[in-house]
Design a protein around this ligand. Structure first.
Ligand code: ADP
Ligand code: MG
Length: 605
């Protein structure tokens, strides 16, 4: 075939394909236009997943009568004049493509009245062909109706996803914009049924409740960056809501991010959110988050992709850190103040069986100071009274001197050990019911925090091995180990090269005094090899996690009552007592109410 320049009609269909892939993308573009027009109420009415009919009406500025035809021309926009403007875009649209693209592949009717004009205008286009506009009485704002979408692009029609998928995607877009614009009222009607409505109250919390549900919202905490400079020009602001670690999912679909009011997909920032839950969530679990990020417009390039779903930051590292740090401080604060969560229910939506709930203090049973606790009834299991002398118990687990000495604030209510089951779990009682504590996970958490603290204070205690031991490794492992020697040293190992692929171990952290040093180093190499995730976590922290895992009591180990009480006392003062450093829960809590319910005693006397 000879080379020829494509006809205008073909070009417009190709261009349309980039912007309007599917009915949901039409909804997205039209919503953006309404928001750019300053609407305070936007109605979206969809029939047949958007293929049959889509109508979006707003009370925004409207389009002046003499610009209505122009609005449908390709590259016609009122939002941008010079190329320089591209670097300070404050509107959602700017490419001037949406109306032209949509009109090229559908039947469009647009009725609009500009705020400064008395009469409205109506215009109709079929497959991009314009019928002459006519004057018409209309309320201020714009109503645009799209019918028979893709009627002239049969190939596109064939590749469309199912009607249900499209409906869901449309609902996703509408709720996303509702989250980003809490002061705008959104109403979504699908096939005659209202399925979403936001109040336009301006409160993000209201929209989170409407879009994610009250149960989810109850398990979320507000995120606000406390940066005193946050109103300074050029600063990055992050605010919104993120979930308690107990509420999580196996995918990232509930991490919802906006940059300057634009819903975006950004794997880096999504990772920053997950990263903020480090050691609080297991690998493969992801939190819920709704985060509104604002950066100065000149810091972000929105002109990366025709659908504008991706952006590029001038300094992506700074945005990453801002998100990660803000979320982290909210999540850590949450883990430290269980009383604040009194009214919250904790449940993982993925494994919700009602019983297996992590620790959740009841509103009726606030955390008590040790002094305030009532005396226990003497009973056969009660060896320790909850009286003010538990400091003795703090030394029950073999921990090197000088670790974790100063009393830290209590993060759990005082628990009384009842016994051990399956040589793996400690059974304890607290003011809010029954607790089952995974002895290994709990001990790991305690050691991890103490070790990290000692590391940060450069106070790790090292134990020299009786005889220097050598370890042979593969060439790749040898290179890895060489790279990490300094990190190993920082956490208390003394390991030196000893020939090609051989190393000599002269000392280990005192915590590992009782374990085989060769196994310990081999285990660390294996961990470092597997864990290639680029994280904020340092190599030292990874090694420390490994050491703690190795040194902590194992499942299968019978513990004395005093040892159990020692673990519990220390866990009560951990910063994040509810999970082990790998993110697994340390405890399950069964409240007094739950027990009563299970025994059919609720309401009975
Ligand atoms: P863009 O949004 O990138 O400017 P569009 O093709 O989406 O391009 O819209 C073209 C122009 O039509 C806009 O710049 C705006 O001036 C006008 N317009 C479109 N929709 C609306 C609306 N709902 N209210 C007011 N003006 C609108
Ligand atoms: Mg637009």
């Amino acid at each position: 075939m000879a080379i020829q320049i494509l006809s205008e009609q073909v070009v417009s269909k190709i261009a349309a394909g980039e912007v309007v892939e599917r009915p949901a993308s039409v909804v997205k573009e039209l919503l953006e236009n309404s928001l750019d027009a300053g609407a305070t109420t936007i109605h979206v009415d969809v029939v047949g997943g958007g293929r049959k009919r889509l109508r979006i009406s707003d009370d925004g500025s409207g389009i002046p009568a003499d610009e209505v035809v122009l609005a449908f021309a390709r590259h016609a926009t009122s939002k941008l004049q010079t190329a320089d403007d591209l670097y300070r875009i404050e509107t959602l649209g700017f490419r001037g493509e949406a109306l032209a693209s949509i009109a090229a592949v559908s039947h469009v009717t647009l009725t609009t009245r500009h705020e400064a004009e008395d009469a409205g205008t109506q215009i109709r286009l079929e497959g991009g062909e314009i019928r002459p506009p006519k004057a018409i009485g209309a309320p201020g704002g714009t109503v645009i109706t799209i019918e028979n979408l893709f009627f002239n692009t049969p190939a596109r029609l064939k590749f469309l996803k199912s009607e249900d998928t499209e409906k869901r995607q449309i609902a996703t877009f509408v709720t996303r914009y509702a989250l980003a614009y809490p002061h705008v009222r959104f109403v979504l009607v699908q096939d005659g049924r209202e399925i979403f409505r936001s109040s336009g109250s301006g409160q993000l919390a209201d929209v989170v409740v409407k879009s994610l549900g009250l149960d989810v919202f109850r398990q979320m905490v507000e995120v606000a960056d406390e940066d005193p400079l946050r109103d300074a020009p050029g600063s990055i602001k992050v605010w919104g809501y993120v979930s308690d670690p107990a509420l999580n999912r196996k995918d990232r679909s509930r991490i919802i991010l906006f940059v300057n009011g634009r819903s975006i997909q950004d794997s880096g920032l999504t990772y920053a959110v997950t990263q903020a839950y480090h050691t609080l969530l297991m690998k493969g679990q992801h939190p819920f988050a709704v985060l509104l990020i604002s950066v100065p417009p000149e810091f972000v390039d929105v002109n990366v992709h025709p659908t504008k779903a991706e952006v590029r930051f001038r300094d992506s590292g700074a945005v990453f850190v801002a998100v990660q740090r803000t979320v982290r401080s909210a999540v850590v604060a949450l883990a430290q103040t269980p009383t604040l969560r009194g009214s919250r229910r904790h449940q993982s939506l993925d494994s919700n069986n009602g019983w297996m709930l992590p620790y959740q203090p009841e509103r009726s049973a606030p955390i008590q100071r040790e002094m305030d606790l009532p005396l226990d009834e003497p009973g056969q299991f009660t060896q320790h009274r909850s009286m003010p002398a538990p400091a003795l118990d703090d030394d029950m687990t073999a921990l090197p001197e000088g670790m974790g000495k100063p009393k830290k604030p209590r993060t759990l209510p005082m628990l009384r050990v009842i016994g051990q089951v399956g040589a793996a779990y400690i059974v304890a009682e607290g003011p809010a019911g029954l607790y089952l504590i995974d002895q290994h996970a709990a001990h790991e958490r305690i050691m991890y925090e103490q070790f990290m603290e000692a590391y940060e204070a450069q106070g790790i205690v090292t134990q020299h091995t009786l005889e220097a031991q050598t370890i042979d490794v593969s060439p790749t492992e040898a290179r890895l180990l060489e790279e990490k020697l300094a990190a190993l040293q920082a956490v208390g190992f003394v390991v030196e090269p000893f020939g090609m692929n051989t190393f000599v171990i002269r000392a280990v952290p005192a915590l590992l005094a009782d374990t085989n040093p060769i196994d310990a180093v081999a285990g660390i190499i294996q961990d470092l090899e597997q864990d290639k995730a680029p994280g904020q976590e340092t190599v030292e922290a990874k090694i420390i996690r490994h050491v703690c895992k190795r040194a902590s009591v194992k499942a299968g180990q019978i513990l004395t009552h005093a040892e159990m009480q020692g673990i519990i006392r220390q866990l009560e003062r951990c910063q994040s007592p509810l999970t082990c450093p790998h993110g697994r829960p340390t405890m399950l809590h069964i409240s007094g109410d739950q027990l009563a319910r299970e025994f059919g005693r609720l309401g009975a006397n």
